[in-house]
Write a protein that binds this ligand. Structure first.
Ligand SMILES: Nc1nc2c(ncn2[C@@H]2O[C@H](COP(=O)(O)OP(=O)(O)OP(=O)(O)O)[C@@H](O)[C@H]2O)c(=O)[nH]1
Ligand SMILES: [Mg+2]
Length: 398
């Protein structure tokens, strides 16, 4: 059977799929999806684009059947490039060379997606039931990185007995298991025994460090009746000191403002009787490496210390990775996601967690203090990645 393989480019996945459907019909098979940057200088200031590689039988091109099926559906399998297929003569108007190229391309795309063990004698690839394709596209739509989405699909396939692969419930359970495997939480702040805990929040300008400290301080001082102290090194802006002082007044929590390492040492000593000390740091542009070093020097005098990197959930993935990289010298060991209320696609959470292998401690989803903060749980992260509504996912009453 002759195949037609075509590339489609559009600003969004949906638009690209629409072109595919219009041109190749509903029986088209999606072989590969990829995001890329168009134009600009060396890719800077370019436009985000999506590329879709799709294939169809020439006979069925343009036909409008029921469903647009991803590469791993049953239909794809029947049309997959077998040695016999590639030996077929080219259709009129298409050179054998072009067809061969297209088939080669399609085969490698399929191979990348399926990565099945191939026996020496056969190139047979087991088909994925169509629900796998639906899940794959849903993950991509939720901004889950393509490599991670493919990993999830492959692992789901490996983990399920053949007869269970058609059982939607079993497949969904397998998906959840894979998400739980990839996601990571670091646990909320637990105060055990008499040991004092010192917690610093670091991160880019305006990401919500001060607000989050105010939320946490409320939970621990008012609800849990712990002795809380706040140290602020956020002296870059006058308003910042005022902001934290107002919160501390309301909460009746003592605050110390520090300008250098010596002040910091004194403040930590001053808070010797506290169960919990929060340290607020000045936000820095992540390009300002010198300033990030200043923060490190300040924090160096108060070990042992937990450092939570605060990251806005609405931040572009590439920026998230840059920020995480720039802050690495601070040796943060937790992640706090803020501004979950400012986005609706949460794939970047799983992308970043797997990229930097750091667990999430808290999720924040609003400007109100107190409230709009929850300890991160695997359940809440899984729900967000699966596209459940925010309020439901974080289990919050809003
Ligand atoms: N929508 C939303 N806004 C938030 C959230 N957390 C903080 N903000 C808002 O973000 C803005 C900056 O918050 P801050 O707490 O001052 O941020 P910061 O990281 O301390 O900022 P710098 O000290 O300047 O680095 C404020 O307007 C907050 O109300 C959140 O979870 N969701
Ligand atoms: Mg601040």
């Amino acid at each position: 059977m002759a195949m037609k393989v075509k590339r489609y480019e559009a600003p969004t996945l949906q638009e690209a799929l629409l072109h595919v459907k219009r041109e190749l019909g509903s029986e088209a098979v999606i072989l590969q999806t990829r995001k890329f940057n168009r134009g600009g200088v060396f890719g800077f200031l370019g436009k985000n684009m999506v590329e879709v590689l799709a294939a169809t039988d020439i006979e069925t091109a343009g036909a409008t059947k029921q469903q647009l099926r991803p590469a791993h559906s049953q239909g794809a399998q029947q049309r997959k490039a077998s040695p016999q297929t590639s030996a077929q003569p080219a259709q009129a108007g298409q050179s054998t060379e072009v067809l061969r190229d297209e088939l080669r391309e399609m085969k490698s795309a399929l191979h990348a997606l399926l990565q099945k063990n191939q026996t020496e004698t056969s190139e047979r690839v087991e088909p994925y039931p169509s629900i796998f394709g639906d899940i794959y596209l849903k993950l991509l739509e939720n901004d889950v990185d393509d490599t991670i989405a493919q990993d999830i699909i492959r692992s789901m396939d490996d983990s399920l007995q053949p007869e269970r692969k058609e059982d939607d419930q079993a497949v969904e359970a397998a998906l959840e298991r894979q998400l739980r495997r990839l996601l990571k939480i670091s646990g909320q702040i637990e105060l055990t025994g008499r040991e004092q805990r010192t917690i610093a929040l670091v991160g880019s300008t305006g990401v919500g460090k001060t607000t989050t400290i105010a939320k946490l301080a409320t939970i621990f001082s008012l609800q849990k009746r712990k002795k809380v102290g706040i140290i602020t090194a956020d002296t870059y802006r006058i308003a910042a000191v005022e902001q934290i002082k107002v919160y501390c007044d309301i909460l009746n929590v003592p605050v110390r403002v520090v300008y250098n390492a010596e002040d910091m040492k004194r403040a930590v000593d001053f808070f010797a009787d506290r169960d919990l000390i929060f340290i607020d740091t000045a936000g820095r542009s992540h390009w300002d490496t010198e300033r990030i070093k200043d923060v490190r020097d300040l924090l160096a005098v108060c070990y042992p210390l937990e450092i939570h990197l605060v990251m806005g959930a609405q931040t572009r993935y590439r920026d998230m990775v840059d920020i995480a990289e720039r802050y690495r010298p601070l040796a943060y060991n937790h992640l706090i996601f803020t501004k979950l209320d400012e986005t609706s696609a949460y794939g970047n959470l799983i992308n970043l967690i797997t990229k930097i292998n750091t667990g999430v401690s808290y999720l924040c989803y609003g400007q109100n203090v107190p409230g709009e903060i929850q300890p991160a749980t695997l359940d809440s992260l899984v729900s967000l990645i699966l596209g459940k509504p925010l309020a439901k996912a974080v289990g919050a009453k809003r």
